[in-house]
Structure formats: structure tokens, C-alpha cells
Design a protein around this ligand. Structure first.
Ligand code: F6P
Length: 361
């Protein structure tokens, strides 16, 4: 019976469990035993595996009930970690040894850009069959329209901002809300549009501290002058100026004209990363999970399954919204998304600057 290992790596994201469940179910349906490596590459290096499928007394295969139940839950049942050891050749050699002694023939890596970089290195270095699944709330992974957790994270941010808006309007206050996303401003931009926020601050705009303070002061000034009771500024984590400093500098700048200004800061932090996956994240996870194992079983390697509305370009799978791309290309596009050279990153920036004067009305 074939054996395949799956792991979740880096920052967990809602939908990882749903992808693991889909892989285990697909494995059971195809007579493949699926094992989870516990805590990502760390468990792979140490040989800590947990079988996610079950062989029943009649010889048929099913799924561990705990894996099935976890599919609708946030976090990751098999654990995750950022592995420093896997970045070293020695760690990767140990991981290969563990896979060989388990008699596994394929590995599915669910994670963000660091984890997918590790998967690519491992595949090219060892020749072991590896398939990536994009899992990160940051939405900074190339070749895919979304990654697992993005939709849930956005829903969480919108819900939190609705709550903040209630209390802000009650007191006629301004709020700076910081959202996760590491170096990528996607969560901030997308939630700012959904919330009709007065301003969005992202690293990609390249603004100085003084310009950011100027922007915040301006939307507060005009917002309250227009009779607003809530002024909402969404700040991406990637903006180097801490929220508390931004608030203090803005208050100082506005003191002469708005001495009674009430400006507060809320850092949503890891709240954004937790929670049960939304419908969309579960659906995408299920379909990417099936395609990942299907791809491995068909002999593909060193690729990532991506969620894309049907367009030309990638190798088409049986699912019209799922395509597979070489990991090398994914990593290249990821880099250009982060350094801002990608046309998609530039389009997002242009759209946000066009929306700036509109959202604050
Ligand atoms: O990559 C996902 C992410 O949640 C980022 O948005 C954030 O910058 C980072 O992970 C936080 O990592 P940690 O949980 O290790 O502090």
C-alpha cells in the first residue's frame, strides 16, 4: 500500500485542517495510507508521524475520526512550527531518511512562502516527490488568487472592525486598527475596502513616518469636520511605525486644532489567525487537498496547487479552479509580490490610491 506524508508548516491558518482532512479522505479512497508529520518539518526530521487514515478489519481504508472532526476547526491538528533545522542541508537529509524508513513515496507541504521554499529545496535536492498547498493568512504567495485562511482572516477583521466602529461612533472617536500580514498589505487593503475605512496604511506605499502621520491627521480632520462619528484607519503590520507611536505623533500634530480628539489604537494580532474556517476556506482547502494528492499520485513533483478562476497558463487539473504551477515559478512570483515589482502588486497599489479619496467620504 502506498504511503504519503502531509505536514503543516509556518504560521497556522484556518483551512489547514480541512486540507489535511481532504488529503486523508482522498488517500483512503485511493488505498493510500496518509501520515501527518507532527509540528511541520520538525516532526519530519525527528520521525514523529501520526497515521491519519485507518485500515479496517475488512482491509478497507478510512479516516481517523479526529481528523474528520478537525476539518471544520481552526489551527492545525497535526501542529506547526517554523523549523530552523530544515533550513540546513543536514536537517533535510535527516528528513529524507525518515521518509524512506517510513516507506513513504510522497510529501504534501501546506504552508506559506518559507515553507514552500523549503519544499522546493527538498524536492530539487533529494528527488523526493513533493507537492505544495498554499496556506497562509497573508495572501503573499505567487500564482494563486488566495491561500488557506485569507477569507477567514478577512471575515474576522471585518467583524472586529464592526465592533470597534460601534463603540467609536458612540464616543465620536478615531481608531487605528493594526492587522497581521507580515510584509504584505493585502489583508489591510481588502478589509479597508470592505469597511469603507477612512485610510489604509501599507508598507508597499513606501511612505515616511511623517507622511503617514500627515495622512492620518488629514482623514481625522476632514472626517470629523464632515460630521462623522467614526474615523477608521487600518494599518498593516508591515508598516514599521508602531501603532502607539502613530497615535502619539498624530495627537501631537492635531493638538492645536482638535484638543479633545480621542484617538485609540487596537492591534488585532493573532486574533486574525485563529477561528474556524469560513465556507470559502473549507471549500478551497478541500479542492486543493484533493488536487495535491491527486497530482502526487499522478507522478507530479516540485509543484504547488493553486486556486485560480479558470484562466490560461497553468497545467489544468480535473478541477477547473485548481491549477498546478512549478514551485520555482511560485517562489519567483512571491518575491515579486513582496518587492512590489509584480504587476498584481502594482495594480493593487494603484487601486488603493484611487480608492483613498473615495473611502474617506
Ligand atoms: O505569516 C503568518 C503570520 O501570521 C504573519 O501575518 C505574522 O507576521 C506572523 O505570521 C506572526 O508569526 P508568529 O506567530 O510566529 O509571531
Amino acid at each position: 500500500m502506498l504511503r504519503v506524508v502531509v505536514l503543516t508548516s509556518g504560521g497556522d491558518s484556518p483551512g489547514m485542517n480541512a486540507a489535511v482532512r481532504a488529503i486523508a479522505k482522498m488517500g483512503a479512497a485511493r488505498g493510500v495510507r496518509v501520515f501527518g508529520a507532527l509540528e511541520g518539518y520538525e516532526g519530519l526530521i525527528d520521525g514523529r508521524f501520526r497515521e491519519l487514515t485507518r485500515t479496517l478489519s475488512d482491509g478497507s481504508t478510512s479516516v481517523d475520526p479526529e481528523v474528520e472532526a478537525a476539518g471544520g476547526q481552526g489551527g492545525t491538528l497535526i501542529g506547526s512550527a517554523r523549523s530552523a533545522r530544515f533550513r540546513e542541508a543536514e536537517g533535510r537529509a535527516l528528513a529524507l531518511r525518515q521518509l524512506v524508513s517510513l516507506d513513504a513515496t510522497g510529501l504534501v507541504v501546506i504552508g506559506g512562502n518559507g515553507s514552500l521554499g523549503g519544499a522546493h529545496r527538498f524536492a530539487t535536492e533529494t528527488g523526493f516527490k513533493v507537492m505544495g498547498v498554499p496556506g497562509s493568512i497573508d495572501n503573499d504567495i505567487g500564482c494563486t488568487a488566495t491561500s488557506l485562511g485569507v477569507d477567514t482572516a478577512l471575515n474576522t477583521i471585518v467583524e472586529a472592525c464592526d465592533r470597534i466602529s460601534d463603540t467609536a461612533r458612540a464616543h465620536r472617536r478615531a481608531f487605528v486598527v493594526e492587522v497581521m500580514g507580515r510584509d504584505c498589505g493585502y489583508l489591510a487593503m481588502a478589509s479597508a475596502v470592505a469597511m469603507a475605512a477612512d485610510a489604509v496604511l501599507i508598507r508597499e506605499s513606501g511612505k515616511t513616518e511623517a507622511q503617514l502621520v500627515g495622512d492620518v491627521a488629514q482623514v481625522i480632520r476632514t472626517g470629523f469636520a464632515r460630521g462623522k462619528r467614526r474615523v477608521l484607519i487600518i494599518k498593516a503590520e508591515g508598516v514599521a511605525v508602531p501603532c502607539t507611536r502613530l497615535v502619539r505623533l498624530t495627537e501631537e500634530a492635531l493638538l492645536p486644532e482638535l484638543p479633545s480628539l480621542e484617538l485609540r489604537a487596537t492591534v488585532l494580532g493573532h486574533v486574525v489567525r485563529g477561528g474556524n474556517p469560513s465556507y470559502l476556506d473549507r471549500a478551497v482547502a478541500g479542492r486543493l487537498g484533493f488536487a495535491a494528492l491527486g497530482g502526487l499520485l499522478a507522478g507530479a513533483t516540485d509543484e504547488m496547487v493553486a486556486w485560480l478562476p479558470p484562466v490560461q497558463g497553468g497545467r489544468v487539473t480535473d478541477d477547473s479552479s485548481v491549477q498546478r504551477f512549478p514551485l520555482a515559478r511560485v517562489l519567483e512570483e512571491t518575491q515579486s509580490l513582496i518587492d512590489g515589482s509584480s504587476p498584481l502588486a502594482q495594480r493593487r497599489l494603484k487601486l488603493m490610491s484611487q480608492a483613498a479619496g473615495v473611502l474617506s467620504l
